[in-house]
Design a protein around this ligand. Structure first.
Ligand SMILES: Nc1ncnc2c1ncn2[C@@H]1O[C@H](COP(=O)(O)OP(=O)(O)OP(=O)(O)O)[C@@H](O)[C@H]1O
Ligand SMILES: [Mg+2]
Length: 304
């Protein structure tokens, strides 16, 4: 990744030496979740735990309910039944004040419409702070400048409007906005969708850097296997209306399920899995090793 040197020093180089956050106590606990829209059941008896400091990847077919799950964790959508605890506080039992306090500990990069199109980059990043309370102009400028530098942009980008940014820049500003209140928990819904491979790789580096620097817990929905392999400590697979399994990417790749088979053990999946460190591949379930051995990715690897 490019090193970004600004007024606050070389941020990425400084944090590369940081250890990843220690994975600790549960931050999100979901038990027996049910979600229905009319007669349509989206989630049924879904359980999931996310621990402090981890990057949890959430995968599942289109329409399997990934975004709906995130929206329920954020309390933007009410569950039909079951319990969701965030930072130990159960949903539906919170006062408006507590709700607001919890919201300020959580950052979110939405799948669509990450930015307000009518606001400049500066105002997009400043907006969550303004909502929180009054901040003097010079302090606000410092906050926005620091956040821009953290995501690899500068004050020269502050006056631009969202329509004038590249896809990668929109995502960066979206992240700057999501972390402006210094959250502990960050949600990313398809963070690399629509980016070309180079922009996608740079953005994955940025998320990894922020995860380390800010000691964040990250829940990331993604279709992109390279992003998943590069960032996720654990992967949760959403299928049949519940979480089918949670574990390392090579462990969940061995689950016996049509979506998992196609997604992880198809050509693209195997290519991404082939990029795992050799010691992890050697310890992968037999089903995954067999699929890799029979694929081009496996053949390519053994030639090296
Ligand atoms: N407000 C709503 N009213 C009715 N149905 C909804 C609503 N929101 C989502 N759904 C339905 O719930 C299902 C899950 O949608 P969701 O957006 O969570 O899927 P997803 O896994 O995020 O898909 P994608 O990978 O395409 O983003 C879909 O069938 C969708 O049509
Ligand atoms: Mg979605």
């Amino acid at each position: 990744m490019k090193a970004y040197s600004g007024e606050y020093g070389d941020f990425t180089a400084a944090v590369r030496r940081h250890a990843a956050p220690v994975v600790g106590a549960p931050v999100i606990e979901i038990q027996g979740l049910r979600k229905q829209y009319g007669d349509t059941v989206i989630h049924d008896n879904l359980d999931l735990t996310v621990r402090r400091g981890e990057v949890l990847g959430l995968v599942g077919g289109s329409g399997s309910g990934k975004t709906t799950l995130v929206r329920q964790i954020l309390a933007l959508e009410a569950p039909t039944a079951g319990t969701i605890r965030v930072f130990g506080e159960a949903l539906g039992h919170r006062s408006a004040r507590l709700e607001r306090r919890l919201r300020n500990r959580i950052g979110m990069l939405f799948q669509h419409g990450a930015l307000f199109s009518s606001l400049s980059v500066y105002d997009n990043i400043a907006q969550p702070v303004r909502e929180f309370g009054r901040v003097p102009d010079d302090l606000m400028t410092d906050i926005v400048r620091l956040k821009l530098e953290m995501v690899g942009l500068t004050m020269a980008d502050a006056a631009k409007m969202p329509a004038d940014l590249s896809g990668g820049m929109v995502k960066r500003v979206g992240i700057a906005r999501a972390i402006v209140l210094e959250p502990e928990l960050l949600f990313l819904d398809e963070p690399t969708a629509g980016l070309d491979p180079a922009a996608s790789e740079a953005f994955v580096d940025l998320i990894g850097t922020l995860h380390r620097a800010l000691g964040l817990t990250v829940v990331m929905v993604t279709h992109d296997l390279d992003t998943l392999v590069a960032l996720a400590n654990r992967v949760a697979v959403l299928a049949n209306k519940r979480v089918l399994g949670v574990g390392s990417v090579e462990t969940v790749a061995a689950l016996d399920d049509p979506f998992v088979n196609e997604y992880f053990l198809g050509e693209r999946g195997l290519r991404a899995l082939g990029g795992l460190p050799p010691e992890r591949l050697a310890a992968a379930p037999e089903r995954v090793r067999a699929a890799l051995a029979g694929s081009h990715a496996g053949a390519f690897r053994s030639e090296n």
